[in-house]
Design a protein around this ligand. Sequence first.
Ligand SMILES: Cc1cc2nc3c(=O)[nH]c(=O)nc-3n(C[C@H](O)[C@H](O)[C@H](O)COP(=O)(O)OP(=O)(O)OC[C@H]3O[C@@H](n4cnc5c(N)ncnc54)[C@H](O)[C@@H]3O)c2cc1C
Length: 108
Amino acid sequence: MMLAHKASREGKVAAEVIAGKPSAFDARAIPAVVYTDPQIAWCGLTEEQARQQNRKVDVQRFPWKFSGRATTMGAPEGLTKIIVDPPSGRILGMGITGRDTEGLDENP
Ligand SMILES: Cc1cc2nc3c(=O)[nH]c(=O)nc-3n(C[C@H](O)[C@H](O)[C@H](O)COP(=O)(O)OP(=O)(O)OC[C@H]3O[C@@H](n4cnc5c(N)ncnc54)[C@H](O)[C@@H]3O)c2cc1C
């Protein structure tokens, strides 16, 4: 995967190994992150993939307008979605989108 945050982590691991420290890239899951405005990130099973597999899932949505922090930061339009396996409650996937409020003043 050609992802910036994965490359960052790999660089840190490489530096640690060169320095003789015990280190390894052993990620169990790597989220995809698109650094757009709004930013988008997802990991694991998507709702669409679950539908294609005829897999029964619970989809839990949290609109950011209910987040006090997002509202006070002026970014209430975001959404966090979690895909859950109903019998076990295990999280199978997640998706998140919202505005990065850093630099909002400079780029209204
Ligand atoms: C337009 C664009 C949009 C992207 N959007 C996203 C995104 O939304 N999300 C995401 O996760 N990833 C995104 N990526 C991918 C992400 O930027 C790369 O996967 C990541 O930067 C790779 O990191 P890297 O350290 O392997 O390589 P690089 O970031 O390319 O770093 C390599 C460095 O080595 C230097 N270098 C090369 N040759 C030499 C040399 N001979 N001597 C010294 N230095 C040298 C280069 O100048 C550079 O600074 C995007 C990439 C592009 C091009």
